[in-house]
Design a protein around this ligand. Sequence first.
Ligand code: COA
Ligand code: AMP
Length: 635
Amino acid sequence: MASRYHQIYDEWKRDPEGFWAMAAKDIDWIKPWRRVFDPGAGVYGQWFAGAECNTCFNAVDRHVAGGRADQLALIHDSAMTGAVKKYTYAELKTEVVALASVLTNQGVGKGDRVIIYMPMVPEAVFAMLACARIGAIHSVVFGGFAARELAGRIDDAQPKVVVSASCGLEPGRTVPYKPLLDGAIELARHKPQRCLILQRSQLLCELAEGRDVDLGDAMARERAAGAAAPCVPVLATDPLYILYTSGTTGTPKGVVRDNGGHMVALKWSMQNEFGVSPGETFWSASDVGWVVGHSYIVYAPLLHGCTTVLYEGKPVGTPDAGAFWRVISQHGVAALFTAPTAFRAIKGQDPRGEHVGRYDLSRFRTLFLAGERADPPTIEWAEERLDRPVIDHWWQTETGGPITHNPVGLGQLPVKHGSPGVPMPGYDVHVLDDAGHDVAPGTLGNVVIKLPLPPGCLPTLWNADGRFRKAYLEEFPGYYKTADAGFVDEDGYVFIMARTDDIINVAGHRLSTGGMEEVVAQHPDVAECAVVGIADTLKGQVPCGFVVLNSGVSRQAAEIEQEVVGLVREKIGPVAAFRTVVTIKRLPKTRSGKILRGTVQKIADKQEWRMPATIDDPAILDEIAAVLKERGIGI
Ligand code: COA
Ligand code: AMP
């Protein structure tokens, strides 16, 4: 089938407002918009200004009323406990209403913030939808972050209530969440009024008198009482959620998502970009703490009337490298979305793909990869073993959905390995040089998006319009800066090669090396430090810390290095995968004192590197190369 992509993209380009107004017909609105796009509102304009809607109504109630009450909405598959729990749309509604009533009883209302710090349990999804139902703004914090990171988010979002659980389950260990939550509240200046705690049988926790409430008990009471929690009308432009993501400093950025544009963009993407129909099963093997989890575990599949899978487990080791194929066959998954790192892990343990043949994958059509650069060998391996399209696509927490894609729903375009596809409607992608001029096809430069951003993208940062402008809009006036470097080829395919800032991508998780440096520098024996992301065959990148010790420190360097590793784990969390610290005599700097992190990274990655003309003392680079070689660091 010839792809309709070019025709649809041109339709959008000719009349963006008409295009999105048409897409918006697939959403139920309480009140229509005054203007499809109001360029005078917000920082760069707002979509569906004046409209009223409710995201939970569209994701849940609408399907219950419209004939999907008995269709499965959510399948919780825990490879960690071996349990599978299924909820129809009617059952999902009952749970969401119960949790919404619990929140309402605690005084949570429209515009109030609720932090959700939970493992991959159904209650995390119920809590997100319950907030959406009552117009509260949720902020989900990934469970792999430590207390200090959680505290920072509590202080920024100022939640009335935190929803959490007694524990998470990681291979080989139970992670007690409650001490992390208590520690975060202790550290935070803002104190939430109430914590709703899900007691998991694997590890119960003590509840703090007067502050903590047993979530399971409270929901059971609301269910028994037949509580009703009606969907509260909110403006399309009101925030649905805040999701914190790494910025260039240790202070994370609160990406805001609105209600109306978000629904329109996600609903459109399911059929047209992912080629999935209502009633089919869609599985995003991510975590609700990341944007992929927000968009493609929770909101998009449910808005579209699909069955979504919430998987608590890993691609390997739970119990083996066939885990993904087991889930796909057991639940009749039509499309799987995950990060390339998961496939590198599977390939590493099952290079010949022997597990694939053990399962019935007859309903499985397409594999979607995003979150980090998909290396061609991994894509080729997946294509060969699965004999199905493997589709790379590119996006960011800020956009909430794909910027570029190969829209299989409109008819698949030829796949080019190494490229995450072509721009989707809404995205006018340009590549600019540092002076802001468009570069020729094939030339590497700054990848930017012409304003306005389409529906679904962040309208601003939480309580920080100034930071939003400074971080994204000021460097290239008229454009949104993605902070990715890449190029567009003659056929219009985009290639994303690297970040232009200090963000690194570890197993599909976005982390700031600047944030890690702030922590490393706190060690009393460290005089100076630099953290760079170095290539890793499994995780894509891993952080590596370089430290210079204070003069006069007589302790063993190895001992201090281990303390620094422990410090990052304690302050940022295990998700940082910060395991390597190298003590060096001095850091390479320019004559003006800027640390040459890029050159150090190239040395570690054994890439070609050129001696920077401005370097203070070239001999330092040889010293670093020698230490890395001696320690066997880098690939
Ligand atoms: N709560 C507490 N700790 C968590 C956690 C959570 N929700 N999620 C991860 N962690 C911990 C892990 O236990 C691990 O701790 P360790 O240092 O004690 O081993 C650390 O954080 C790093 O976790 P992870 O990134 O999952 O690495 P891993 O080595 O355990 O597994 C992969 C590697 C490739 C299997 C894994 O990263 C993966 O499945 N990735 C899939 C991609 C993905 O989900 N991307 C998200 C965006 S799409
Ligand atoms: P996050 O906000 O966590 O989704 O991370 C976004 C960043 O991940 C992007 O800015 C890119 O650097 C990187 N990224 C995401 N998807 C891709 C992809 N398909 N190819 C290359 N890089 C990607």
